[in-house]
Design a protein around this ligand. Sequence first.
Ligand code: BEZ
Ligand code: FE
Length: 303
Amino acid sequence: MSETPAQTVRDGYFTEETSVAVVTARHADAGNERLRTVMDSAVRHLHAFVKEVEPTNAEWMRVIEFLTATGHITSDWRQEWILLSDILGVSMLVDAIDNRKPKGATETTVLGPFHVSNAPRYENGHDICLDGKGERMLVTGRVVDTAGRPIAGATLDVWQANDEGFYDVQQQGIQPDMNLRGVFTSDETGRFWFRSVKPRYYPIPADGPVGQLLAALGRHPYRPAHIHFIVAASGFETVTTHLFTPDCPYLHTDAVFGVKEDLIADFQTVDDPARAAELGFPNPFTQVDWRFVLARQGEGAPA
Ligand code: BEZ
Ligand code: FE
């Protein structure tokens, strides 16, 4: 006589019908409750996915090969797993959930692979473009709390691609080390300012399995032009974010879904020969002004 599903689960027999219950029953002795919750959910969703897609063994093998290639290309310098998470929208979703902020606080985005932790510290006004290449740009702004009060002594860790869409770390021997990156500190009125060049859009690393997947899906690998910031101040939540140029062809199709409407800045053309001369720029030049709003630690997210 055949068993009921409940008996099948008790006996540990695996069928299409009992698959989730049989597997998750084996988690009963997990030492860590959070791990058990996460793995129960992962199994539930994975089995539902397989039941919906009904892959053949050959198709599943292709998935395994893709994941194997993702692991093989990953190194200390190349994180294909994060790239996969990025292009699936998972990185931005985790970031959104982990960074729910009070109203008005600056929104966050992905960190990306091109941040370095030992960028030089500079005085406000410093020019981070070390090779003089590109369209000149002045970046100015303030760091304030959610009530609009200035935050003095906030650090702004800045990095960006050059006018051809490359970071210094991608062009060693071509760009000077630490080109287009630096750490600034807001003054007693919360202000910061530095000189740079307009960044260009660029493709995420697309010569591996993630690039092949994008191509197979008919997706391009480009990120719209942006400047990265990590803004930190004692007693406040650190914000990892970008500012986007408004006129980029990839603004609405970012390969990693990092664009938020509130992070699109006004990059103005300034026609002021005297100011340009003061800055050592040709006239006209580009200026972007931005207010970073930090939430106090424990200030909480809206209900
Ligand atoms: C970046 O903006 O630097 C980036 C973010 C995610 C993937 C690749 C690059
Ligand atoms: Fe970037």
